[in-house]
Design a protein around this ligand. Structure first.
Ligand SMILES: Cc1cc2nc3c(=O)[nH]c(=O)nc-3n(C[C@H](O)[C@H](O)[C@H](O)COP(=O)(O)O)c2cc1C
Length: 169
């Protein structure tokens, strides 16, 4: 599978088998995340691998879709804005950096036949409490990680002509 095929194959999976995730596959997914680029190489991020049933249940209170807890693992990508690069105008790139890491992670998972789904529509305070996040660490995104039991929705995207500009807007 070449990169374009992989990028097209990755979809948001909202149904999972409870089959344990192969440990070697998990290690690859985490390595793909680790090598992601970040502004000024600050790497202002942390990844939590949540296996514990009680912790997953607590996260389920923060995001209440039933498919969210079906997978054996939930990954939480957290950022530390104080460690991220900031532009002169004050824009902080922690979220951008974390999103790139998350993209590496989801694409690698898809390559290995594992499903993921970006989840950000959670109650952040509940996530922080469930994961005992220290001050200054923000939960950016969660994703289940597991074997897909759902074919996903058809991929709908704007046509290139709608988003592409040449030379000027
Ligand atoms: C930043 C971001 C946040 C998202 N948050 C959620 C979410 O909270 N819940 C959810 O079900 N899907 C969420 N998604 C998944 C998107 O709905 C999905 O990526 C989009 O509809 C395109 O579908 P695809 O991922 O299958 O290609 C999120 C995706 C991104 C990139």
């Amino acid at each position: 599978m070449n990169f374009l095929e992989l990028a097209t194959k990755r979809i948001s999976v909202r149904g999972y088998h409870s089959t344990p995730v192969d440990e070697a596959a998990l290690a690859q997914v985490l390595e793909a995340a680790r090598v992601a680029p970040s502004a000024a190489n600050r790497q202002p991020w942390h990844i939590l691998v949540i296996r514990d049933k009680a912790a997953r249940l607590a996260l389920g209170q923060a995001y209440t879709r039933d498919w969210f807890q079906q997978a054996p693992l939930i990954l939480a990508v957290c950022v530390e804005p104080a460690k991220a690069w900031q532009r002169l105008d004050g824009k902080n790139f922690a979220d951008v950096d974390g999103a790139i890491l998350m993209d590496h992670l989801t694409l690698c998972a898809a390559d290995l036949g594992l499903g993921t789904c970006w989840v950000v529509a959670f109650e952040a305070a509940r996530v922080k409490a469930a994961l005992h996040l220290p001050e200054g660490i923000e939960p950016l995104a969660l994703t289940p990680l597991g074997y897909p039991a759902d074919a996903g929705r058809p991929k709908t995207r704007k046509a290139l002509a709608e988003i592409l500009h040449h030379d000027q807007w």
